[in-house]
Write a protein that binds this ligand. Structure first.
Ligand SMILES: [Zn+2]
Length: 163
């Protein structure tokens, strides 16, 4: 081994590979970096899901509310959800929207409702939609991630179950 190669190896870090892990749940949520730790920990710690398959999209299920304007976005979401569901053994489907979503704010001109109502509507419609198009019986849960700024920064996000 050359000296250069040895140096590279010393610096290299290694991470766990969960070989054989199948999705216990498919989780759709937003890309917002402020929420990633909360999403991940909520699914693992509060819902007790060991191996989740996150589908991370700006605005989460907003494509459901924009079906008529941007049908391709919803088609892509459906295809991705379907593919990941098919890789698990009766996986759950978890759909999450969050407060202060910048993707929703950007799209607000397309919506007839206030953003927070649209977000709740989209979650409920997405739950119905996915139950319908997936042929196997599917357990779907729907959550809204909310911010409580009166609490310390390390614990400001909580999850409200809508369905
Ligand atoms: Zn967002």
């Amino acid at each position: 081994m050359t000296e250069v190669a040895e140096k590279v190896d010393e610096k290299r870090k290694y991470y766990p590979f969960h070989d054989g892990a199948k999705p216990d749940a498919v989780v759709v949520h937003c890309s917002d970096p402020r929420f990633q730790e909360a999403f991940g920990r909520f699914v693992k710690e509060e819902l007790g899901i060991e191996h989740s398959a996150p589908i991370v999209v700006p605005g989460s299920v907003s494509s459901v509310g924009l079906e008529l304007v941007m049908p391709k976005h919803l088609k892509t979401l459906k295809d991705n959800v379907e593919m990941m569901l098919s890789m698990g053994k009766e996986p759950r489907l978890i759909l999450i929207n969050h407060e202060e979503c910048k993707a929703y704010a950007k799209l607000s001109g397309f919506f007839k409702k206030a953003v927070h109502l649209q977000q709740a509507d989209d979650l409920l419609r997405a739950a119905m939609l996915f139950k319908k198009f997936v042929t196997i019986p599917l357990h779907v849960s729907v959550y809204m991630a909310r911010i409580d700024r009166t609490r310390p920064a390390a614990e400001q996000i909580y999850f409200d179950k809508l369905v």
